[in-house]
Design a binder for this molecule. Sequence first.
Ligand code: SAM
Length: 225
Amino acid sequence: SDSQFPVPVKPDEFDWSEHFPVFFPATEPEDNAKDLKVRFADIGCGFGGLIVKLALLFPEKLMVGMELRDKVTEYVKERILALREQYKGQYENITVLRTNAMKYLPNYFEKGQLEKMFFLFPDPHFKEKNHRRRIISTALLAEYAYVMAIGGILYTITDVQELGEWMKSTLDSHPLFEPLTADELEKDVCVELLSTATEEGQKVERNQGTTYRAIYRRIVAPKDP
Ligand code: SAM
């Protein structure tokens, strides 16, 4: 249950320094220019394939994988430590947290903090009565919008057609998100990784399964000041 992991009461009570020891503290003068806030979150990161890929693509960005399962989280922790050991100076910008991301995001991130959020192959919760447990929902999108920066990008992908259509229509009908254009999708280096970087994505690729993407930008609401 959730009581098995500690949850910060609010974002500034969470100590990220132990997760990113090379980035904290900023002792050198030029280090003060470093962005010490987590900007990317991979929600339900599983075995961590995405953040491992993103680490080298965006070496200056701090990013976190959030995962509910304890053993899987431990695996990702070990994976990151091993990579840091093997490739000195690299993979220092990624970490993993065991948490329930559907409940506690605002405990970890302040308003407007996240530039990218990823939801790769989330659990489908097929039954109608379980749809409220889906990780993309109108209520949760309001929370994601809160922790995201204006202009930030929310990425989703699934191999379950019904879920793909659900995520797309839920995002389409939300006033705080708009879809990226084909041109923007083409230019975004993260898009290709959605289907290739994670363990689940690779499984779907091996089985030549079809995938459904929905990729949206956090926009200013018409009524926002
Ligand atoms: N994104 C990974 C990938 O593409 O390989 C994992 C996909 S797996 C099908 C879904 C993951 O989401 C599982 O590891 C599950 O434990 C995690 N998960 C489900 N609900 C969650 C929640 N509320 N908070 C954090 N992680 C969650």
